[in-house]
Design a protein. Structure first.
Length: 367
């Protein structure tokens, strides 16, 4: 047990000492790995690689095993760095970063100077000294890829990929500028990664509709609702987009609020009800509400990006398309804050200075 009566400074020093001890042990592990690699231990055990063998024998992740093997092979070129690691002067991560810096072509003076930088600074130094040949640039360009994969029920999508440096900077800048244009809904600040995800959706929506300033909604979608399943689960089961993912009550509420949608209710093999394939809010009412409000009605918001009428009382709760039940919101407050994060408009706040109620206050899920 940690003695919490000691000062913060002494506990911090003890924590750092533990990390240096880990570095000394890592140095000894790398010595052992080099000797085992020389004896071709992977061939004896039928392992695919030394990293796989180390992961299995040490019961560690492949990432940890790869770091150990990489250190064993890199640091042998730089005995001075490994000596500092084995003596507990530097950490394992810094030893690897310092070796990468030295391999990039940095001078001994720059390497020594790097000990005054944090880890990110050492990596930036290495990047600055690393040669970029035509061959390496071409290889980076040819390795570019972007993958998108839905979960089995398509309720969540994963995206990942690789871009060359210049193209990656373009994408990062576009996402950062769009994310920076979004206001904060209040309450805990969303992580930067969430803001970039919102920015990506926003840019994709602009590409589909061709206008980032109009008050248009999503492209036309058809939603199939199984009457029995939806009724018994408060909309948590039984709704899905045609040839697309299942949707829950939040997404269904958003589609009904802002999109062009056709709702098809099914009951077994029959179709007892079908809505017209039109925008949910009549165009004249939409234009009137946008003119009446003049912009996003959230108190303090000046964004005019994708202004959209929002149903104060949701359609799922019987809210009508009447102008009195509509309030103009920017895309961020509508799509992210309300239909994404679960905030609600405070109906007691002034019509042109609306406040948001946190989902913890009003509650969103049934018991």
């Amino acid at each position: 047990m940690v003695d919490t009566t000691t000062s913060i400074d002494s506990r911090e020093q003890e924590l750092a000492a533990c990390e240096r001890l880990i570095g000394r042990l890592r140095s000894h592990q790398m010595d052992l790995l080099r000797s085992l690699d020389a004896d071709r231990v992977t061939a004896l055990d039928g392992s695919r690689s030394l990293s796989d063998w180390a992961s299995a024998r040490l019961d560690v992740s492949h990432e940890t095993a790869r770091s150990l093997v990489a250190g064993a092979r890199r640091l042998v070129e730089f005995p001075a760095v490994e000596n500092r690691l084995s003596e507990g002067d530097i950490t394992f991560d810094r030893a690897l970063a310092t070796a990468d810096l030295a391999r990039s072509g940095a001078s001994d003076e720059v390497v020594e100077h790097s000990f005054g930088f944090d880890m990110a600074g050492v990596r930036r130094l290495a990047g600055r000294h690393r040669r970029l040949t035509r061959t390496s640039e071409t290889a980076a360009f040819r390795d570019r890829h972007f993958s998108i994969q839905p979960s089995l029920d398509e309720s969540v999508w994963k995206l990942w990929g690789t871009l060359p440096g210049f193209e990656g900077t373009i994408v990062e800048k576009a996402l950062a500028e769009r994310a920076d244009s979004f206001p904060e809904p209040g309450g805990p600040r969303a992580p930067r990664s969430a803001a970039r995800a919102d920015a990506l959706v926003s840019l994709a929506q602009d590409a589909l509709t061709g206008d980032s300033n109009a008050g248009g909604g999503d492209p036309m979608v058809s939603v199939f609702v199984d009457a029995e399943l939806a009724a018994s689960s408060a909309g948590e089961v039984g709704a899905e987009i045609a040839t697309g993912p299942r949707v829950g009550p939040n997404t269904l509420e958003r589609i009904l609020c802002e999109g062009r949608v056709q709702v098809i209710v099914t009951d077994g093999d029959s179709i007892p009800a079908t809505s017209p394939a039109t925008r949910t809010i009549p165009p004249a009412t939409r234009r009137h509400v946008l003119f009446r409000d003049g912009g996003c009605v959230i108190d303090g918001c000046s964004s005019r990006y994708r202004l959209q009428p929002h149903h104060i009382r949701p359609r799922s709760e019987g809210g009508a398309h009447d102008a009195e039940n509509l309030a103009t919101l920017c895309w961020y407050h509508h799509h992210v804050a309300i239909h994404g994060e679960g905030y609600r408009l405070d109906t007691e706040s002034p019509p042109h200075r609306r406040r948001l109620i946190h989902p913890r206050v009003h509650g969103t899920d049934p018991p």
